[in-house]
Design a protein around this ligand. Structure first.
Ligand code: GTP
Ligand code: MG
Length: 227
């Protein structure tokens, strides 16, 4: 498959220190046409900087990161994407590595490619344990072996985009998107990517809210798909 239209979605919540670098480092030679869309929920200068760097900015008026992801999926479909890449706006993932995520889709071997954080800084132990637990749990629920279910770097073809319109979670999307995709026969694979320490801004993850919200979302998704 040759890539005609690539849409890159970046969710941001107060990422004014990194958003320009993320946008500028996205390779522009991967498709005939590339559009970068920032889904922003910030009170800082992120949207101004994103527009200056050439992105289309959509302001998110309600909800959390799950809502932002879903808005990104709908936008990708509206803009007629062949492939959509979703990358966090805090520069923890490397935009130059985008071809690694596109390759399995372009070779026709996968519909959704997850950037597995293979080369990475040492995560705080609690995050590391949480990541291992939820990756195991998502693998059990989905029937697909996933080693990094919480990644913020992924590529999706049109078939995967349409399947993920079924997403419901408002708080986050990472684990639910894998369960929904697996239940709809979307071919999922993981490729190793680099993951860096956050150097600016703040994580949205709260150690108390996160596991609770994820468990509720996953249980709902599982029950919905079983019925
Ligand atoms: N539009 C939007 N973006 C969000 C929201 N919450 C977080 N983000 C963005 O989503 C991306 C992922 O959030 P992070 O806080 O980095 O989550 P994380 O990478 O799992 O956690 P850290 O490793 O601690 O950074 C970042 O670009 C955030 O700015 C939200 O409610 N709306
Ligand atoms: Mg982050």
């Amino acid at each position: 498959m040759t890539l005609k239209k690539l849409i890159v979605i970046i969710p941001t919540s107060n990422e004014e220190d990194t958003i320009e670098s993320v946008i500028k480092q996205i390779p522009r030679n991967l498709a005939t046409y590339t559009k970068i869309v920032v889904i922003d929920k910030s009170g800082d200068s992120t949207p101004i900087k994103a527009r200056k760097a050439g992105a289309l900015v959509l302001e998110q008026s309600f909800g959390g990161l799950g809502t932002a992801f879903r808005l990104g999926i709908e936008t990708g479909i509206k803009l007629d994407a062949d492939v959509l890449v979703h990358i966090d706006g805090d520069l923890q993932y490397d935009p130059y590595e985008m071809p690694l995520l596109l390759e399995p889709i372009l070779r026709g071997e996968a519909d959704m490619v997850l950037g597995r954080r293979a080369v990475q800084y040492k995560m705080p132990p609690i995050k590391h344990v949480g990541n291992k637990f939820f990756s195991w749990f998502v693998s059990k629920l989905s029937g697909v072996t996933i080693s990094d279910a919480q990644t913020g770097y992924r590529a999706l073809n049109r078939k995967a985009l349409e399947a993920l319109l079924a997403l419901n979670g408002d708080y986050t999307y990472t684990q639910e998107s894998i369960i929904i995709a697996a239940k709809r026969s979307i071919r999922i694979c993981e490729v190793p990517v680099t993951f860096r320490k956050r150097t600016h801004g703040r994580s949205f993850i709260s150690l108390f809210k996160y596991p609770f919200n994820v468990l509720v979302t996953l249980t709902r998704a599982y029950i919905r798909d079983m019925c």
